[in-house]
Write a protein that binds this ligand. Structure first.
Ligand code: HAM
Length: 414
């Protein structure tokens, strides 16, 4: 019986893991520069955390969440995103007493979506959340962080920016939008029609070609913001200008989660096709309170690692794996024993090396040395052990030199 992986859930094999290690290492480095600290929360939460946090009316909760009953006890869910669980942890541990907090996470998320390029059922996010600061400066600083990160990854993505208002200006707009959309039902696709009542804002997000001319003329929330949301948005734009971060206003950018207020943003790349967002986020000031905490503003984003990997792949960016400095080719059992001892010595000194303890034909062992990308090979057997000297072969030039086995570490360091 041969198994295959679950649909929409991919393996990352060692040959391609370099990109993933790089994206995580650079994230840790950059995020620390901006004062973000790592948090790890479970992949599983009470389903209610997402229903309340992300919103019952969203596709993510309503259609895509993996929910299960834990042996007749309680309803749990595989996390479809990282923000709600992070906020749950923030509230549960009373972290607000320590003042503003900037956190980041790296991990697996699950959504039962229809798999296609850039859209999977298991995917990985690198996300940032900043708690306790309502000022627009933190919005701009966080967007600049993401811009900085993408630049360091060698990725060019377009920043799309919008404001989705708040409880004081959105409801009136939504009522108008709903009425406006209802009067154009015949020109809109079935999905749009479905959403007009339930989630009219999401209609603006529709990608169906024939809906575009209609939706481009829809009333714009950006023109209907209340004075405080408008002032907030102006400040965010001003701070981005001051930081030299370029953006495009996108009045139809609404995001697929219910918790957003005010600033909403996405970085998109043409290398991605239909699923063009490599990262997205925004402000979610009411969320901490919604999940039982004290009023605490927040803003965050998450970047999709699979999508970033696709961009790096399309740019032909290969991250080289660490190659062993030495590959020990063994002639006999004595050679294997000596190779193990010398390999331990080298590794203690921080020098990567490898050995094929199967022994066997030397030609095959040299081929293995080539396959793992070793810089040098050393042949070890009874003769070499007796003389304490061996041949060091440069795998690229095929040149051979004699080395003293006892002085191997020093020689390689030099
Ligand atoms: P999101 O826009 O749903 O936001 O996801 C963020 C990113 O995750 C997307 O831009 C995309 O790169 C990636 N992503 C989402 N779904 C999939 C999928 N099915 N397959 C592959 N990649 C995917 C959030 O999740 C929010 N929690 C972001 C946030 C954090 N907002 C505030 N703080």
């Amino acid at each position: 019986m041969k198994f295959s992986g679950v649909k929409g859930m991919n393996d990352v094999l060692p040959a391609l893991i370099g990109r993933w290690q790089e994206m995580e290492a650079v994230a840790r480095e950059v995020f620390a520069l901006y004062g973000y600290r790592e948090v790890r929360t479970p992949e599983v939460e009470h389903a209610a955390v997402f229903a309340r946090g992300v919103g019952e009316a969203t596709d993510i909760v309503n259609k895509e969440m993996y929910v299960f009953e834990d042996k007749g006890e309680e309803m749990l869910a595989l996390r479809p995103e990282g923000t709600a669980g992070t906020v749950r942890a923030f509230v549960e541990h009373g972290c607000h007493v320590e003042g503003p907090q900037k956190w980041y996470y790296v991990g697996a998320m699950f959504r039962r979506e229809r798999p296609q390029k850039g859209r999977y059922r298991l995917f990985h996010q690198i996300g940032c959340e900043a708690f306790g600061i309502a000022e627009p400066a933190v919005d701009a600083e966080q967007i600049a962080l993401l811009d900085d990160y993408l630049a360091r990854m060698g990725v060019r993505a377009e920043l799309r920016l919008n404001s989705v208002g708040d409880a004081s200006c959105r409801p009136a707009y939504l009522a108008d939008l709903r009425a406006w959309l209802s009067s154009r039902r015949d020109d809109l696709c079935p999905d749009c029609n479905d959403r007009i009542e339930r989630n009219p804002l999401r209609v603006l997000d529709c990608k169906v070609e024939s809906c575009q001319p209609v939706l481009d003329r829809a009333p714009r929330l950006l023109e209907r913001l209340c004075p405080s949301c408008a002032a907030h948005f102006e400040s965010v734009k001003g701070a981005l200008d001051a930081l030299g971060v370029a953006y495009h206003l996108d009045t139809r950018l609404v995001r697929g989660l219910d918790y957003y207020v005010r600033t909403a943003y996405e970085f998109t790349s043409s290398a991605l096709g239909a699923q063009s967002a490599v990262a997205g986020g925004g402000r979610y000031d009411p969320l901490v309170e919604t999940l039982g905490g004290p009023p605490t503003p927040g803003i965050g984003f998450a970047l999709g690692q699979e999508r970033l990997a696709l961009i790096l792949e399309s740019a032909g960016r290969l991250v080289p794996e660490r190659r062993p400095a030495i590959f020990f080719v063994t002639a006999d059992a004595e050679g294997v024993r000596e190779a193990l001892r010398r390999a331990a010595e080298l590794r203690k000194a921080g020098i990567a090396c490898d050995i094929d303890p199967r022994g066997g034909k030397m030609k095959a062992q040299f081929r293995q040395a080539e396959r793992v990308g070793a810089r040098h090979a050393i042949v070890l057997g009874g003769n070499e052990v007796a003389s304490g000297r061996a041949k060091l072969k440069d795998m690229a030039t095929r040149e051979e030199t004699e080395v003293d086995l006892a002085g191997l570490v020093g020689r390689l360091r030099a």
